[in-house]
Design a protein around this ligand. Structure first.
Ligand SMILES: [Fe+2]
Length: 517
């Protein structure tokens, strides 16, 4: 019998503070917070620390034309998860690197979501498995399940922390304090959900967005909408999806809005059995849906394709009536923690993502399928672009990639995955690439692009992104790379004295757009 069970047995026997002359401490009645050992990053477990560092340790010289804030968000367990739950269900933790005049101040705060506050008050976990309300404590039936852990974007002077199963959560961009735990665009949002990947049209000032499973758990309804720079919804329309599943990202051009349905299907039966929201159904095709911006959802056209997994859009554009959407795309399920419905083992090779261009000529009324072209040989995930070019024709993109030709540090032993060891810059105009390689013992997360100046050419500037140092327990650095000199290594590294949580996505806000202190 372990110590915890032994102490519990004493309490259950009504022994109180004394047992046969043995002095024992009062019992916590099994509510003690304890995280089970985790295999992630050497068992380091969740981060859970909200902290401030004024003047971080900087190696190298940060160019003075970098003035703004890099925000990142990721899941970080507030309380020990239900057995079998997945990392995507941790509470949203936001951090900010405020960079100015060569100095860096760091701040991190949890988003005070409705569920964070409820669990904090109860001093325990109240929500069960990932996006599965059947596993929740009865006391939280009317509390938003949103974790705000997936993406963070700047809109209308607000940092919106996003999770695709719920409306945005608003954070103050300077203090990271939560100022609205359920943002509904002045009450105008008709969907119960909001994507983690809205797009910004800098020519019109609009945010174009959507919500899926918009009318409740497993509903096949999707709300597509635009909002103006003041947060008012100016266009909305409803569409239906061919089947209900993860509709994580979407594409917006000057003329069109496009969705890709992939076989990460919502599975209510499995939820009722206590499992997570999704399972990969390899029997399903993909569907590429296209709608005109400002149009009516009944005019949406769906184009069929084979089984594929694609989660994120690098960029999209339309030329005449032809729409092009660039995504990282794999043959099969890319998420080992979402099970394959038909029992196939997870296939790491088939899960490798390649930058792939989806296209369809909308002037042709009789076509039923979309086209695909693999653009580059590099494998990776989490592609980004120069965000000033969202919705516009673009030719520069970036993606964390894994260069398998590079050695892996032998001290790392047998890892269950090959770390992401590079950032690659892609130039679609020339189909050429350049690469920043971080070394044999680090793992890179998504990077954000920082323009060299307000009017810099597309893709001319810096990448900012976080690296975990795998021989130092996952200790975290921010690396800053010049996109014109990727091979030269970082121009500067911001060294944090701890291992931060894993990020999903991040966002750069220039100082000119931030409120004044
Ligand atoms: Fe995402």
């Amino acid at each position: 019998m372990g110590r915890r069970k032994f102490m519990g047995a004493l309490a259950a026997a009504g022994t109180g503070a004394m047992a046969g002359g043995l002095s024992v401490s009062p019992s916590a009645h099994g509510d003690t917070v304890h995280f089970p050992p985790s295999s992630y990053l050497g068992g380091a477990g969740p981060f859970r620390s909200e902290c401030d560092i004024r003047d971080c340790d900087v190696i190298g010289e940060i160019p003075t034309n970098i003035d703004g804030a890099f925000y990142r968000v990721g899941p970080d367990w507030q309380y020990p998860p239900m057995t079998g739950n997945i990392p995507f269900d941790g509470e949203g933790h936001v951090s900010m690197f405020r960079i100015s005049n060569g100095h860096v101040d760091f701040k991190s705060r949890y988003a005070r979501t409705q569920r964070y506050k409820a669990q904090s008050a109860a001093r325990k976990r109240l929500f069960g498995m990932y996006r599965n309300p059947f596993t929740d404590d009865a006391s939280v039936k009317n509390i938003s399940r949103g974790t705000a852990n997936t993406h963070i974007v700047y809109y209308n002077g607000k940092m919106l922390a996003l999770k695709e199963d719920s409306p945005p959560v608003v954070l103050d961009p300077l203090t990271l304090e939560t100022v609205d735990d359920y943002y509904t665009f002045h009450g105008e949002l008709a969907s119960l959900t909001h994507t983690a990947h809205p797009k910004f049209d800098h020519a019109t000032g609009e945010m174009i967005s959507f919500g899926y499973e918009a009318k409740g758990l497993a509903s096949d309804d999707v709300l597509v909408f635009s909002a103006d720079a003041q947060g008012h919804i100016t266009w909305q329309t409803w569409i239906k999806v061919p089947y209900v599943g993860m509709l994580h990202d979407f594409a917006v051009t000057e003329k069109y809005v496009a969705f890709l349905c992939v076989p990460m299907a919502t599975n209510v039966e499995r939820m009722k059995q206590g499992q997570v929201h999704f399972a990969w159904d390899s029997m399903l095709p993909t569907w590429f849906g296209v709608l005109e911006r400002g149009g009516d959802g009944k005019d949406l056209r769906w184009f069929k394709g084979p089984e594929r997994c694609a989660t994120h859009v690098m960029g999209a554009f339309s030329e005449g009536h032809t729409l092009y959407v660039d995504m990282d795309m794999a043959l099969k399920n890319q998420f080992p923690f979402f099970p394959n419905l038909h029992g196939e083992p997870f296939d790491p090779k088939a899960a490798s993502g390649y930058l792939t261009r989806l296209s369809v000529d909308l002037s042709k009324k009789d076509i039923r399928e979309y086209s695909m072209e693999r653009l580059y040989p590099q494998t990776g995930v989490l592609p980004r672009q120069d965000d000033r070019y969202q919705t516009k024709p673009y030719h520069v993109g970036f993606m964390p990639t894994t260069d398998a030709t590079k050695p892996l540090n032998p001290k790392l032993g047998n890892l269950p995955f090959r770390p992401t060891n590079s950032y690659t810059r892609f130039d679609h105009a020339t189909r050429s690439t350049s690469q920043f390689y971080i070394g044999d013992a680090s793992s890179l997360q998504e990077a954000c692009f920082v323009p060299r100046s307000e009017n810099a050419a597309e893709g001319d500037g810096y990448l900012v992104g976080v690296a975990h140092r795998l021989l130092e327990g996952g200790r975290t650095d921010l690396v800053i790379v010049d996109t014109q000199h990727m091979e030269d290594g970082p121009v500067a590294t911001v060294r944090l004295p701890f291992r931060s949580y894993s990020q999903v996505h991040g966002w750069w806000v220039p100082a000119s757009q931030l409120p004044k202190m």
